[in-house]
Write a protein that binds this ligand. Structure first.
Ligand code: ZN
Length: 177
């Protein structure tokens, strides 16, 4: 959680601003669901790793796919954790920050069969106002910088891409339902 915000902030503070991009690692926990319902699958996100490659601008991240996959798989071996999905940020530009994932984001997530979750961190500066967290949104406000952060997670479900529930537990680990 802290790392996602830190990386989003770093991109936001870069001259001309830019998005961040990286990989999430952790494990999958299968639990028995309520009687008569399908079993629950939870993703437990334990690590967020920045990806140095590619080109990041304020509206876009462009990647060399082969090089990205090589790095992504290498990190999974190093961490002894499963690759769960990617994260990227949307940065506020001239008072506007795009709220959800874009059509391009959806398309690249759909095409990436190894990714179970796509995570978006939005970052913008503003006066403090209480953003209400919802089951599908994590919100944070940083007093030192005045930045707001909003984290959302998406999965493929019933042939579409849907936002799902996320929760931060005390250690900073993010659980995706
Ligand atoms: Zn995006």
């Amino acid at each position: 959680m802290r790392e996602l915000c830190r990386l989003a902030r770093q991109g936001y503070e870069t001259r001309n601003k830019r998005e961040t991009f990286g990989f999430l690692y952790g494990n999958i926990v299968n639990e028995t669901g309520p009687a008569g319902r399908a079993p629950l699958r939870r993703l437990v996100v334990r690590h967020a790793r920045y990806y140095r490659g590619g080109t990041k601008t304020r509206y876009r991240v462009t990647l060399d796919e082969r090089e990205m996959l090589r790095r992504r798989r290498g990190l999974a071996r190093e961490l002894h954790q499963r690759f769960l999905g990617s994260f990227h940020s949307h940065v506020e530009v001239a008072g506007f920050v795009s709220r959800g994932i874009s059509a391009d984001d959806r398309a690249s997530f759909r095409a990436d069969r190894e990714a179970l979750v796509e995570t978006l961190v939005s970052v913008w500066a503003g006066r403090r106002k209480t953003l209400r967290p919802t089951p599908k949104t994590i919100v944070a406000w940083e007093p030192e910088t005045g930045y707001h952060y909003r984290i959302r997670a998406y999965v493929r479900q019933n042939g579409g891409v849907r936002r799902i529930r996320v929760r931060v537990i005390r250690s900073g680990v993010v659980i995706v339902y």
